[in-house]
Design a protein. Structure first.
Length: 556
């Protein structure tokens, strides 16, 4: 082959290379423009944006465009209420953006990853993603994303009961929303701060100022926001003792006809306000409206309120039933929290392993695909280097296979470690369940004995004046059960005060049982003020000066 032939071959290779590069960059430019057009729709029309992204799915894209595409798919899905089950897709984008210089899109990707992790209850990872998103957020960018990051971070802090961090973050979010001059965002931020204060029973006056300001930013048509404002106002007014104002705002909330879950919360607020006024009949009516709620916390509060009503109206059997209901509900809540904690721990461990392995595998696959494409292109353009490239690829493959073998060994070790941790967690859970069972048995025995205390008193004979007559048998039952329930109460009392008579010991037993003055008056056949005087004399005899006899005996 002569010199001219070599020159012709070289010219053909150069022309072919230039043509390939022009086609490549033209296709890249077309894809990037299409993705930018979708991005401009994503906030205002997320459903349309997701539909357009579906058409672009099969297009060949550069690594940069694919990362951008994955980010847009994730954001559009979230805005359409279809939050992905895991962060695998956005992680591919994040790996690319973290190696680039565009901090704005990196912040955006970290925020979307935080939303996914937050939804999956991986709160620690979500906080980390949100905080990194805030750090990457560049100065001068649109504050909408900054505000969304801060609000989401504050929500995770609330979930984890980190109230000081939540207050600081919500205050920063409020500053951002004021700079945006967005009335809806400002109102929600004000409500969030006020809710934080009222739930912690702090700064009720500040809460009211925030809520009144939120009203100025809320239109009457926004019923959900108005209901939230009125509810928090009712709580704040209740904290400062202005029950009339609290009742007024509760009624306003109910009039807005919120959903069933919110309505139960409003009924509980109104019932508590009526209970403070000692309007037991009306309070009971609103408590009964919550009795069929699916929310265990709401039913627990409902039984607590009914217990107070039944205790105040001297309906001992109903009050006892309320106590039993509260115990069952509390046990159910504790069991649910324990199961949730166990599941969350297992989920976190599994998630970490799955995410780490997925990122490694995905990154290797991505690198392999990119490398294969480049090798194929170079192979077509420059045949001279075919053998060298093939050798390089084979060496690369050998290294990858070696890496895969090492990973399999590592996975086997991690699996053994996971099984060991699961066995340890199972043992701890079994021990906790045994402790809980013993605790329930002790509680059942306690209330059984408490019933035995009440039976002889309530069933004792009464005369026409309502006086109760207790014989030696009844007094013995009272003393024995008091000793059983309160750790040999009479023995300890006689040892400390040997000068006390048997009659005074029995009187102390009744006080220890926390019987009301009406019942004590009926037992001793004297007026209630005489009972009080009798307590005073016994208090002086025992030398108690810094508290009432009832408090002293209660804690003896």
């Amino acid at each position: 082959m002569n010199k001219k032939s070599y020159i012709k071959i070289g010219l053909v290779a150069v022309i072919f290379t230039l043509a390939a590069l022009m086609v490549w960059f033209g296709r890249e430019n077309k894809t990037a423009i299409a993705l930018q057009q979708v991005d401009s729709l994503i906030i205002s029309h997320p459903a349309e944006a997701l539909h357009e992204l579906g058409h672009l799915k099969e297009m060949k894209m550069s690594q940069k465009d694919r990362a951008y595409y994955n980010l847009l798919v994730t954001q559009a899905s979230i805005l359409n209420g279809q939050i992905p089950a895991n962060d695998s897709l956005i992680n591919v984008s994040l790996l690319y953006f973290l190696n680039g210089s565009d901090s704005a899109i990196t912040s955006r990707a970290l925020f979307l990853r935080g939303r996914i992790l937050h939804k999956a209850s991986h709160s620690l990872e979500a906080v980390s993603s949100y905080m990194h998103a805030n750090e990457y957020f560049p100065q001068g960018e649109s504050l909408q994303l900054k505000h969304d990051i801060l609000v989401s971070l504050a929500d995770v802090y609330r979930y984890n009961k980190l109230y000081e961090e939540e207050q600081k973050t919500r205050s920063e979010a409020l500053i951002s929303s004021r700079l945006l001059a967005d009335s809806s965002r400002i109102a929600n931020d004000l409500i969030g701060l006020a809710y934080l204060f009222t739930t912690r029973r702090q700064y009720p006056d500040s809460s009211l100022l925030l809520l009144h300001e939120a009203l100025d930013y809320t239109t009457f048509g926004n019923r959900q926001t108005l209901a939230a404002i009125y509810k928090n106002m009712a709580s704040a007014y209740s904290l400062i003792g202005e029950e009339d104002s609290a009742m007024s705002y509760i009624d306003k909330s109910i009039a807005l006809k919120p959903d069933k879950a919110e309505l139960s919360a409003f009924y509980l607020l109104k019932a508590r306000a009526l209970l403070k006024r000692k309007n037991y009949a009306e309070a009971e009516k609103y408590y009964q409206l919550v009795s069929d709620s699916s929310d265990i916390t709401a039913r627990l509060q409902q039984n607590l309120g009914m217990y107070r009503i039944n205790s105040a109206t001297h309906q001992a059997n109903k009050a006892l039933q309320n106590v039993e209901n509260m115990i069952v509900l509390q046990d159910s809540m504790n069991r649910g929290e324990r199961d949730e904690t166990t599941e969350r721990m297992q989920s976190i461990q599994a998630y970490k392993k799955q995410r780490e392995q997925y990122i490694k595998d995905k990154f290797e696959i991505y690198r392999t695909r990119t490398l294969t494409y480049k090798i194929s292109t170079v192979f077509l353009l420059v045949g001279v280097f075919m053998l060298l490239i093939l050798m390089f690829y084979r060496n690369r493959k050998i290294k990858l296979e070696s890496s895969v073998r090492e990973k399999k060994i590592k996975l086997a070790e991690l699996e053994l470690e996971r099984q060991s941790m699961e066995n340890q967690l199972l043992r701890e859970q079994t021990e906790k369940e045994q402790l809980l069972a013993r605790d329930m048995i002790m509680k059942a025995e306690y209330y059984k004995r408490l019933n035995m205390i009440s039976i002889p008193i309530l069933s004792a004979p009464k005369d026409k004046q309502g006086f109760i007559f207790l014989g030696k048998k009844e007094w013995d039952v009272i003393e024995n059960n008091t000793n059983a329930c309160f750790d040999h109460f009479t023995k300890r009392l006689r040892e400390k005060y040997p000068q006390m008579s048997d009659e005074e010991i029995r009187f102390c037993c009744l006080i220890k049982m926390e019987l009301p003055l009406d019942l004590l008056s009926a037992i001793y056949h004297i007026e209630k003020n005489s009972i009080s005087k009798r307590k005073g004399r016994l208090r002086d005899k025992l030398g108690v000066t810094d508290q009432t006899l009832d408090d002293y005996i209660k804690h003896f």
